[in-house]
Design a protein around this ligand. Structure first.
Ligand code: UDP
Length: 230
């Protein structure tokens, strides 16, 4: 196996010309990695939860990089050329949307809001519009529109899925890549690190906000998410 890349929460290895292995670490980071911690077992939760979600999306016709979960902490995926883009979908106000626009947290949006962020650590992942993404050469107009269309479809699938399991999908982030055959696919992970999930009955926050704002044991939240969706 050839080491390819180590990120804040994952390590990526090349296993064959067109396949990679993603290893999920136990590290948690927030606020531009100024806040850091290790939670033993977090990687296992995120790999397991992401695998369940990617499988669901594939079954519902969304192209993803997911091939299979190969161990507690490892997922086999198709190799993809990552777009330097984070696509955020919101159903309820929270996080940077509230901060930026002075909104109260927890307000239901009339329709889902899709936002683009430029994936660039040095610039702290700024909010961008389609014209900025074109200017930066992140992707062509057709591909950018396609990421928005897929993100909205993923939102309807996941909103319903989580609701059926007692969870409210507040917002989430997707990343996209181009597969060797040229197709656009959802890549990276979809887990409580990248989604805001609230218990429908109690309103309890079960995602990374627990770590960001010291709301309680992080793994307790992730364990509750997994128990509900399994
Ligand atoms: N998100 C993410 N990675 C990022 C930024 C955001 O996974 O680098 C997720 C985050 O967990 C939340 C959604 O995208 O579910 C919207 O995040 P927001 O823009 O509110 O930023 P935050 O306040 O979480 O930094």
């Amino acid at each position: 196996m050839e080491f390819l890349y180590e990120g804040k929460a994952k390590i990526v290895y090349k296993v064959e010309e067109d396949k990679c292995l993603i290893y999920f670490k136990d590290t948690a980071t927030a606020f531009d990695a100024t806040k850091k911690a290790i939670y033993e077992g977090k990687g296992v939760f995120n790999n397991t939860i992401s695998s369940i979600i990617f499988q669901l999306l594939e079954e519902r016709g969304i192209k993803t990089h997911f091939i299979k979960k190969v161990s507690d902490r490892e997922m086999l995926v198709w190799r993809a050329k990552r777009l330097d883009l984070e696509v955020v979908v919101r159903n309820i106000t929270a996080g940077s949307l509230c901060k930026r626009l002075g909104l109260r947290e927890g307000e239901r949006l009339k329709k889902p809001l899709v936002e683009f962020f430029y994936k660039k650590d040095e610039l702290h992942d700024p909010l961008i519009c389609t014209e900025h993404a074109l200017l930066l050469g992140i992707a062509d107009r057709k591909t950018l529109l396609e990421t928005k269309r897929i993100a909205k479809k993923v939102n309807s699938i996941l909103k319903r899925f989580f609701k059926d399991h007692g969870l409210l999908l507040v917002d989430f982030k997707l990343e996209f890549g181009i597969l060797p055959d040229g197709r656009l696919a959802v890549i990276d992970e979809i887990s409580p690190d990248t989604c805001r999930l609230w218990d429908i009955k109690t309103g309890e926050k079960l995602d990374k906000d627990r770590f960001r704002f010291d709301l309680g044991d992080l793994l307790e939240g992730y364990k509750k998410v997994l128990r509900k969706i399994q």
